[in-house]
Design a protein around this ligand. Structure first.
Ligand code: ADP
Length: 521
């Protein structure tokens, strides 16, 4: 019997070499150490549990939050001659029963199940009786309340698993690498520091772009005209946006599918299949689409609106270019998107602490949209994956490509910073912009802000331009924010250096790409 990991890789999967982190993860699991694998989307996480699952005795249980993913994974394993099944609510009662009987008889090497399944006493009683080789938590960030997709049912599995007579080795897999999520997963699943396998997060074939100040619909139309034959996903923030954009594009004769939670399961399934099989070129979807989708030739991910966090963004954008070919990730930014995200946070049932946390993540997302630094580096820094800032410029993101006009804005920055100070560090960007503009807004009078010496100092600019400058200063860490629904501006050490004239603030004047993505090569 083939038992060496390398042989399984070659014989069953047809691959010559392991990708970064795979071998280590497999070795740890085979040595029965609980392991956490943090790898980017498309990094090859599935093999990390499939190979040990094949070499260890018994049945591997894979917990996965998405039903659509299970079928694909099971089909792929079966096609390789590996006995696998899934059990979820999409099956009829009698299909479930047959599969449960087969699981009880130990006929499968792999069983995929949704987290809710562990609340079923029948399922648990079967799992208790069979020999379980390993438990894999796919999309493990769903277990953490700090993750961007927390699912309480994921967490409640743990006490159920602890009832098993022989607690099997556990592997957690995720593409979310923030420190909080990692330490949450670690403590919940009892994973030692030395059994965390984290690969580099940079996806060298992806180019990131932020597009600001353009009419989104016309941008998309002209983008689509140039990329008609390429497969891509457009993410919208709401179902309504998805519906109307889908209609607009379909009217232009584009081959589009749509996907969101407001559609029936059948409609969603059809749309997904049509997209995966290249019958439809463009998928217009909300974030309900995509987790676990393995489509290799997605050439672009276009965000019609800003997502709620860098984690969500990187995960969604990461669905481009799984085949390693050059692909573009474009985010269309408008200040209105921020309002929508704030609204969603306010509407949620989270407690104040959790809301605060969401606001912090939102601020980081906004900073991504306003920075003039390298976008790739920004993301890597966010995930603490940028070795001592070694990679300061990727050379392929919209900011790196638009570095022609450097402008010294130290003087303006000093004015803004001193205005923030005079306003008692109690106000946000828009009030500060009003003061600098010299606005006649009655609220300024109410707070006596029209009497400040900085009132009207930047009257030559529009309020929008001033706000942009402020947001730029925040994004570049010359100014801090106290996060919340209405983030207030605060001076930090860097600001003090600028005020003392000890630091120069550079700005790149063309944050809006002069070229369309794809025109660069
Ligand atoms: P993830 O779950 O990390 O997003 P997948 O497990 O779906 O990624 O793998 C992404 C793609 O990479 C799949 O098509 C998979 O077959 C392929 N793949 C995985 N490991 C290797 C390898 N060692 N060599 C070549 N291709 C691989």
């Amino acid at each position: 019997m083939i038992n060496q990991s390398e042989d399984i890789l070659k014989t069953y999967f047809g691959y010559e070499t392991f990708r970064a982190g795979q071998k280590k993860t497999i070795d740890y699991i085979r040595a029965r150490h609980n392991t956490l694998a943090v790898m980017p989307t498309g990094g090859g996480k599935s093999l990390c549990y499939q190979i040990p699952g094949m070499s260890l005795d018994g049945t591997a249980i894979i917990i996965s939050p998405l039903i659509s993913l299970m079928k694909d994974q099971v089909d792929a394993l079966e096609a390789l001659g590996i006995p696998a099944t899934y059990i979820n609510s999409s099956l009829t009662a009698s299909e479930q029963q047959t599969r449960l009987n087969d699981i009880a008889a130990g006929r499968y090497k792999f069983v995929y199940a949704a987290p809710e399944r562990f609340e079923s006493s029948l399922f648990m009683s079967i799992i208790k009786r069979i020999n379980v080789s390993l438990i894999a938590f796919d999309e493990a960030h769903c277990i953490s309340q700090w993750g961007h997709d927390f699912r309480p049912s994921y967490r409640s599995i743990i006490p159920n698993l602890n009832q098993l007579p022989n607690i099997p080795v556990t592997v957690a897999l995720t593409a979310t690498a923030t420190t909080e999520v990692i330490s949450d997963i670690q403590s919940l699943l009892e994973i030692d520091n030395e059994h965390i396998v984290k690969t580099g997060f940079e996806r060298e074939n992806l180019s990131f772009h932020v597009v600001k100040g353009k009419d989104k619909s016309s941008y998309i139309r002209s983008f689509m005209d140039k990329h008609r034959d390429e497969s891509g996903i457009i993410y919208t923030a709401t179902r309504k946006q998805a519906d109307s954009l889908h209609e607009q594009l379909a009217k232009r004769g584009l081959s589009t599918a749509k996907y969101h939670a407001g559609l029936t399961e059948n409609e969603r399934k059809e749309a997904q299949t049509a997209f995966i099989h290249d019958e439809k070129t463009v998928m217009v979807a909300t974030n309900a689409f995509g987790m676990g989708i393995d489509k290799s030739n997605v050439r672009y991910i276009l965000h019609y609106a800003m997502p709620m966090s860098i984690e969500s963004y990187y995960q969604e954008a990461g669905r481009a270019g799984r085949d390693g070919e050059h692909s573009d990730c474009i985010l269309l930014f408008s200040p209105k998107d921020v309002q929508l995200q704030k609204f969603l946070i306010e509407q949620s049932l989270m407690d104040d602490n959790a809301k605060q946390h969401e606001y912090r993540k939102l601020q980081a997302m906004m900073n991504y949209c306003h920075t003039h630094g390298c976008l790739t580096s920004y993301i890597l820094d966010y995930f603490n994956d940028n070795e001592a800032g070694a990679k300061s410029a990727c050379g392929r993101c919209s900011n790196c490509l638009n570095r022609q006009n450097r402008m010294d804005i130290t003087e303006e920055a000093q004015m803004i910073l001193s205005c923030v100070k005079r306003m008692g560090e109690r106000f946000g960007a828009s009030m500060t912009a009003k003061v600098m503009k010299g606005s006649r807004d009655s609220r300024l009078h109410q707070f006596g802000l029209h009497k400040l010496s900085t009132y009207g100092l930047l009257s030559a600019y529009t309020e929008k331009e001033i706000t942009e400058r402020i947001q730029f200063l925040v994004a570049e860490k010359w100014l801090s924010t106290k996060d919340g629904k209405f983030p207030t501006l605060q001076l930090n050490e860097n600001a003090v250096e600028v005020l003392k004239g000890k630091a120069t603030v550079w700005m790149y004047t063309a944050p809006i790409p002069a070229n369309e993505p794809g025109d660069y090569q």
